[in-house]
Design a protein around this ligand. Structure first.
Ligand code: HEM
Length: 155
């Protein structure tokens, strides 16, 4: 089977596992559905909104846009295919530190994940508050960064 996407990979794994366990593949099991829902919710909106904010910032800061374009041209010029685009092998392999810095900055200003949680595995303290073992700790990342966001022109 030719793997073209993450969904193909999930399907292929189910086929392999079903063969091993001597049963019919279950393409709509709760596990497969959970995995695909994860791709959509965790993978799609995060990537789309990061790209949207990236375009918005690059428009607002043309000097950064020019520097990034120059860095990308320099990194990929000798890896352009017949379609005028860099080969995916080159995209996966070649490090472009300025691109990485831009992506990190976009995520720092507008991370698409507004909050996260962790469970305390031991009794601990956060900012002087006692947190008993087993507590679910909620981190509202977006609110912590809202003072940065409020200070930029884009809003
Ligand atoms: C700019 C794009 C993305 C951002 C900002 C992002 C952000 C995050 C964050 C903050 C977490 C929580 C990590 C933690 O709890 O320490 C997470 C987890 C996760 N992300 Fe992403 N993500 C992105 C793209 C994707 C994509 C493309 C996929 C899948 C196709 C994906 C799948 C997942 C999954 C499955 C988890 C849960 C991992 C686990 O609990 O073990 N994410 N992501």
């Amino acid at each position: 089977m030719l793997i073209k996407s993450a969904v193909d990979l999930v399907v292929e794994r189910e086929v392999t596992l079903a063969k091993k366990e001597g049963r019919k593949p279950e393409y709509d099991s709760v596990y497969v559905r959970d995995e695909l829902t994860g791709f959509l919710t965790a993978g799609y909106e995060t990537t789309a909104s990061t790209l949207n904010w990236g375009l918005k910032y690059l428009t607002a800061y043309p000097a950064v846009q020019s520097k990034l374009r120059a860095a990308l041209r320099q990194a990929f010029t000798s890896h352009i295919g017949s379609n005028g685009q860099p080969h995916h092998e080159a995209l996966a392999k070649i490090q472009v530190p300025y691109l990485e810095a831009c992506v990190n900055e976009i995520l720092r200003y507008n991370g698409s994940v507004a909050a996260n949680t962790r469970k305390a595995t031991v009794d601990t303290q956060i900012l002087g508050y006692h947190i008993p073992k087993g507590t679910d700790v909620f981190f509202p990342v977006r609110f912590a960064l809202s003072s940065i966001n409020a200070s930029i022109l884009i809003y």
